[in-house]
Write a protein that binds this ligand. Structure first.
Ligand code: CA
Length: 224
């Protein structure tokens, strides 16, 4: 049975989530504050953590950071609508996803399923996937809509990096440093060259995944 830790100080919300999640067959623990959460986390195994950001004692950000020092358990942040936050900051914290309160329970359940599924693929260390693209990291093979596509080593690494940072705008500099390495002597233009060739190899698809963000860089996104 999959085990979920809910870290949320509003009892009405945590109790409601517990009932719904238990109804779906998950086992649920609740922590009313960050200190209790860390204590439970230390002594038990959880498949996924639902984390409210506005918590007494320790902030949700702090809790997330401390959990990340010890574990790569999936974390979904529950955040209030009126709080200004950036998705990138949440992902920088190490959260896997976020959902804005108030939310529909069905949406949360769907996100939990997606995060658990991605987690399974990544923890096998063998697969990375997004939007119909699947990378077999062991065999270095790429499948696009289940059809094998031949990529060079650099193209493969670049696509892997894009998938790991899906739905985030990446600068040419970030991509260059991560894929080519800091000691790469050539300029950022090389990134454009490789993006162009990746696009070309997936050209036959109706859905375009790699988008140019003018003045910033590129994003891998199913939505255009
Ligand atoms: Ca709260």
């Amino acid at each position: 049975m999959k085990k979920i830790l809910i870290i949320e100080d509003e009892k009405k919300i945590s109790r409601y989530l517990q009932l719904e999640l238990e109804h779906e067959g998950y086992s649920v623990d609740i922590a009313d504050d960050g200190m209790i959460a860390l204590e439970l986390f230390k002594n038990d195994f959880y498949n996924i953590i639902l984390l409210d950001l506005m918590l007494p004692k320790l902030s949700g950000e702090e809790v997330c950071r401390l959990i990340r020092e010890k574990s790569d358990v999936p974390v979904i942040v529950l955040t209030a609508r009126d709080k200004t936050f950036s998705k990138i900051n949440l992902l920088d914290l190490g959260a896997d996803d976020y959902i804005t309160k108030p939310f529909i329970i069905g949406e949360l359940l769907a996100r939990i399923r997606v995060v658990l599924r991605n987690k399974k693929e990544f923890s096998n260390g063998k697969l990375a996937s997004y939007g119909g693209i699947r990378l077999d990291l062991g065999k270095k093979i790429v499948y696009v809509d289940e059809k094998a596509v031949s990529l060079t080593k650099t193209e493969f690494n670049l696509l892997h990096y894009l998938i790991l940072n899906r739905e985030i705008v990446l600068s040419r500099e970030q991509m260059l440093n991560s894929v080519w390495g800091y000691d790469y002597a050539g300029g950022e233009k090389i990134v454009d060259v490789y993006i162009k060739s990746l696009r070309k190899k997936m050209d036959y698809r109706e859905q375009k995944l790699i988008h140019t963000i003018r003045g910033f860089g590129y994003i891998l996104n199913e939505e255009s």
